[in-house]
Design a protein around this ligand. Structure first.
Ligand code: G1P
Length: 298
């Protein structure tokens, strides 16, 4: 019988230089979209897909992530005593079972492959999920759950993919595609951040993966790749042909929250979906759209 996907790895060791100065003393994964940190969206996505164990690969300066997912005695006690039960619910509902969240430090920012490898002892010999919190996905079925479905069908590796403009291939892991039914694409090759002219396609990996544990053996000896970093994409490329390996054009909308405009778009899209905010935010957007430049304050 196939082993179930029970564990998810969240690499959160990155520096977040694109969001300085906001990220000088705060992890980029704690940046809020509306009122919830990016990392909480990713954790909730994994939990909604049935993931039982959360593994954060952290680094220096990331302790606020640990605190965020921990019991906060003073806050909870104060909210309860003051009768602020809605706010109390917000902080207690997100609590995980004791012992279901683990942290391991990456120690050096040597790349995504290195971060995933740092979780090897906590994952062990079973298939696992990886979620990059920078990629925020709005969907009916959790994006990582869609990949777990693919694993359950094929017994192999599965990545979330989408077509990107050719001039953006240098930002992504890009697929060389074999047979393709328009939803599920068999992967023949994988290249990390190719130049547009060299990209084998425009079908690109976004930050959701379900991988077999064999990836850890490859990462063990993985040399540096694009950008002088140990790349997960290079390790995955070595797994091709050994077990089924597919890219899934997932159902849902992905926001690149590692980019300022993508982050703002996510904020608008998530606010518009909220019953308590949607109407006011729509009015604001209409207002800005009609008045345009005249709205400028200075
Ligand atoms: C990472 C991966 C890349 C993937 C991307 C998705 O790149 O290395 O293959 O396409 O995430 O967001 P990064 O964004 O960390 O540079």
């Amino acid at each position: 019988m196939r082993k179930p996907v029970r564990k998810a790895v969240f690499p959160v060791g990155g520096l977040g230089t694109r969001f300085l100065p906001a990220t000088k003393a705060m992890p980029k994964e704690m940046l809020p979209v509306v009122d919830k940190p990016l990392i909480q969206y990713a954790v909730e996505e994994a939990q909604a897909a049935g993931i039982e164990q959360i593994i954060f690969v952290t680094g220096r300066g990331k302790t606020s992530i640990e605190d965020h997912f921990d019991f906060s005695y003073e806050l909870q006690d104060t909210l309860r005593k003051r009768g602020k039960m809605e706010a109390y619910g917000v902080v207690t509902d997100m609590m995980t079972q004791p012992g279901s969240v683990a942290y391991v430090r990456q120690q050096e920012p040597a790349g995504l492959g290195h971060a995933v490898w740092a979780a090897r002892h906590l994952v062990g010999d079973e298939p696992f999920a990886i979620l990059l919190a920078d990629d925020l996905v709005m969907s009916k079925q959790p994006c990582i759950g869609q990949l777990i479905d693919v694993y359950n069908q094929t017994g192999g590796n599965a990545l979330a993919v989408m077509d990107v403009p050719r001039e953006h291939t240098e930002r992504y892991g890009v697929l060389d595609v074999g047979s393709d039914d328009g939803r599920l694409a068999e992967i023949k090759g994988l290249v990390e951040k190719p130049k547009p002219a060299d990209a084998p396609s425009t079908l690109s990996v976004i930050g959701r993966y379900v991988l077999l544990p064999e990836v850890f053996d490859i990462l063990e000896n993985q040399g540096k790749g694009a950008g002088g970093e140990i790349q997960l994409t290079d390790a995955m490329a070595q797994m091709l042909g050994k077990a089924p390996f597919h890219g899934l054009r997932f159902e849902g909308r992905r926001f690149d929250c590692g980019d300022k405009v993508g982050f703002l778009e996510a904020t608008l899209a998530f606010a518009l979906e909220r019953s308590d905010l949607g109407r006011d935010v729509q009015r604001l957007i209409d207002d800005y759209a009609s008045i345009g430049a005249a709205r400028k304050v200075v």
